[in-house]
Design a binder for this molecule. Structure first.
Ligand SMILES: [Zn+2]
Length: 261
């Protein structure tokens, strides 16, 4: 079985891996080109043959809300309406120095969550130093949608709270810097059914296909040694978990929620 990379950006196209990719936009400036290449991949069946789990997510990253701010929401809605297989990502909240004005961020984040609910699409979230904000806003986010927290590096306690709210946690290359003990504790507490795996590759520094694949192998090897399951088992597990993130409302399985309590 192949790997699956559950969060990556458009520069992965230069690397050309052959496994399923969940490509996330970084902001309004790349929506159009991503949609075009996604459609052409689909037509040529490159990235999205029937057996594949490749996905495209469009949205406004809190670093990159676009020149139009909330005005971009209408354009995003048009793209979602005309592309029923596209999810919302990378969207979120950020209290770091690169992020935009807080009020604007919150408004745009909730606007994007409302679009996810309206069109029944999964979400890929970026949350940086905003856990309390997220829990405060959680009652306003649809209960039944699949939600992944991408690049999870926070505490194991916080992981437990997020799981109670039905979120999936995506462990990435960056998460490995937290060390083996952290990963062991995380995998002890969090059901395997809630784990995803990602590179968050965005082309800086650029990697060859071999170097990218080596880093994906290292990630899955770290999951295998910390989570007492073989690499092949993790591949199957994550493929299974990822299936819930099917875009569109059809036959979505149960089990994802961001409860409002
Ligand atoms: Zn990202």
């Amino acid at each position: 079985m192949t790997f699956i990379d559950c969060h990556v950006h458009s520069s992965i196209r230069d690397v050309q891996p052959q496994h399923p990719l969940w490509i996330n936009s970084q902001g309004p400036q790349d929506w159009q080109s991503l949609v075009e290449s996604h459609r052409s991949d689909r037509d040529k069946k490159i990235l999205d043959p029937p057996s594949s789990q490749s996905r495209l997510f469009l949205g406004m990253h809190p670093w990159n809300l676009g020149p139009g701010g909330t005005g971009e929401l209408a354009r995003l809605e048009d793209l979602l309406r005309s592309n029923p297989d596209i999810g919302l990502g990378e969207i979120g909240l950020d209290r770091g120095p690169k992020a935009r004005d807080w009020q604007e961020q919150e408004e745009i984040f909730l606007g994007q969550c409302a679009l996810a609910e309206k069109y029944s699409r999964p979400m890929a979230l970026h949350l940086y130093k905003t856990w309390q904000d997220f829990f405060r806003l959680a009652p306003k986010i649809a209960h039944q949608l699949p939600v992944m927290i991408h690049g999870f590096t926070a505490s194991v306690e916080l992981a437990g709270q997020l799981i109670k709210r039905g979120c999936y946690l995506s462990v990435g290359w960056r998460s490995l810097a937290k060390g083996q003990l952290w990963l062991e504790e995380l995998l002890k507490l969090i059901p395997r059914e809630k784990i995803l795996a990602e590179s968050d590759y965005h082309g800086d520094p650029p990697l060859t296909l071999e170097a990218y694949q080596k880093k994906m192998e290292d990630l899955y090897a770290a999951l295998a040694s910390a989570g007492s399951m073989e690499i092949e088992g993790w591949k199957e597990q994550i493929h299974g978990n990822a299936a819930v993130f099917k875009n569109g409302a059809d036959d979505r399985s149960q089990g994802s929620a961001v409860p409002g309590t």
